[in-house]
Design a protein around this ligand. Structure first.
Ligand SMILES: [Zn+2]
Length: 476
């Protein structure tokens, strides 16, 4: 039997506020353990939470960016459960009345556009973090993360493949980065995702038993975990075994998902409205002022890159898929106003290096990049030599002009000097010269290549061509 996968994602994104969602403690990552805590985020008796307005602003921006309907009134609820990283014994979240609902995000997989529904976006606080000792059988708890504001973005089960899931995640992350409300750092856990996945016979309406996958902190792991789970569930169903509703973890070492615990149902958490917090009322003016000041989003920028710079859709897609890259492109075009050339360069050499060196955008400033492209354009260096200059810029971060001077890479456009070398090459290769004179004009490539070799790529190729035409033509 053929099966199809049904995938829904729950994304948690840390909001980039300076202070926590219900108290004034700092949120910065990496501080010594338990130094960013107070009686409120530790849940001491008698302490009262106060909502951080900035966190609401940020959550609303995301709601607007994904075309959600914002609820005029939403309510914070207590999600009750015990875990050592949760000092209050409950997490403040939203349940029945979330901040926003019914949005969507458009993704593109294999050239096909698809709309993925967003069920809801709600605000909540993060829990602390357990640190397990590797040398001793003990665990420590760090409450610095307790109370850091999160939005949870829940998708409809509209995703059909691991590739679609990854595209959706990349799209969400990109919007968060464009809005500058989340740093998107997956390793530090500021952007993380759980997946619900089930299989059903192809064409069936009813959903199969779902499994929740946790602990996936990179796009690669999300893809691998979903692929593994599709195989596992298909094998079980084909063999007539039942799928158990449970929570599974992605084990990066073993490359497989492993059972963690039976899945809780919502009623296990005994949700109820938090009596310490008033409902959140969003007045229309608040929402309107956020809407008016919303930054340009990836989709809009993609369109603009095609109309304003005349870029092909493919270029525009690659460049706008990463806000930093799109910013870099625009800054470089300001220095060197030939958009397609800048795009070619960024999407070629530059991105190849960027994969290895994420800090490349600060090593090579847009001003330096523009200068390099200008040097090729004006003929000061050859395109071949520019590749060597770029490698040196990557290594040292030096100015391209300084590198050219140091390495003596200035393009030789002095015809007298080139002619002398060309003459020697012709004399050393009488057979090729005769071939050319006999009409085999393809041999020209050989001669220019020889000249490039002897001048270490510094000869102006246009000029080299003209010189050989002249010298070889004379003897004809
Ligand atoms: Zn606190």
């Amino acid at each position: 039997m053929e099966y199809e996968a049904v995938i829904g994602l729950e994304v948690h994104a840390h909001l980039l506020t300076y202070s926590k969602i219900f108290c004034g403690c700092a949120t910065a990552f990496g501080a010594p353990p338990n130094t960013q805590v107070c009686e409120i985020c530790l849940g001491m008796p008698g302490s009262l939470p106060v909502l951080n307005r900035k966190a609401v602003d940020y959550a609303l921006k995301m709601a607007l960016a994904t075309d959600c309907t914002v609820a005029p009134e939403s309510v914070f609820a207590r999600k009750n459960y015990f875990y050592p990283d949760l000092p209050k014994g409950y997490q403040i979240s939203q349940f029945e009345l979330p901040l926003a609902e019914h949005g969507h995000l458009d993704i593109k997989v294999n050239g096909q556009s698809k709309r993925i529904g967003i069920t809801r976006i709600h605000l909540e606080e993060d829990a602390g973090k357990l640190v397990h000792s590797e040398s001793r059988p003990v665990s420590f708890v760090d409450f610095n993360r307790t109370g850091v504001p999160l939005i949870e973005i829940v998708s409809e089960p509209d995703l059909k493949s691991p590739d679609e899931a990854v595209e959706y995640l990349k799209g969400l992350r990109n919007i968060l980065l464009y809005l500058e409300i989340c740093d998107g750092n997956m390793e530090e856990g500021s952007f993380r995702c759980d997946a619900n996945i089930s299989l059903r016979p192809l064409g069936a309406k009813e959903l199969g038993v779902k499994v929740e996958l946790k602990n996936m902190n990179s796009f690669r792991f999300v893809k691998a975990a979903l692929e593994f789970e599709i195989k596992r569930q298909r094998a079980n169903l084909s063999a007539g075994r039942e799928i158990i509703q449970e929570t599974r973890l992605w084990d990066t070492a073993a490359n497989q998902t492993v059972s963690m615990r039976g899945k809780e149902e919502a009623h296990d958490y005994r949700y109820f409205p938090d009596p310490d917090l008033v409902p959140v009322r969003i007045v229309p003016d608040w929402l309107e002022s956020l809407r008016k000041n919303l930054v340009e989003l990836p989709q809009a920028r993609l369109q603009r890159f095609q109309t304003e710079y005349g870029l092909p859709e493919y270029d525009a897609e690659v460049l706008t898929s990463d806000k930093a890259l799109a910013d870099y492109f625009e800054a470089t075009v300001k220095e060197f106003p030939h958009p397609k050339q800048v795009s070619n360069w960024i999407m070629g050499e530059f991105m190849r290096e960027l994969k290895e060196k994420p800090s490349l955008m600060s090593t090579i400033t847009p001003a330096a990049a523009g200068k390099l492209l200008k040097l090729v354009e004006t003929g000061a260096i050859s395109a071949t030599a520019s590749k060597g200059v770029f490698v040196e810029m990557v290594k040292t971060g030096k100015d391209p002009e300084a590198i050219i001077k140091e390495k003596g890479l200035v393009q030789i456009s002095d015809s007298g000097a080139l002619e002398a070398i060309a003459q020697e090459i012709i004399e050393a290769n009488p057979k090729e010269a005769a071939d050319f004179r006999a009409g085999k004009i393809k041999v020209m490539g050989f001669f220019v290549g020889q000249l490039m070799k002897q001048t270490k790529g510094q000869a102006n190729p246009q000029l080299a061509n003209e010189i050989f035409q002249k010298l070889l033509g004379e003897g004809r």
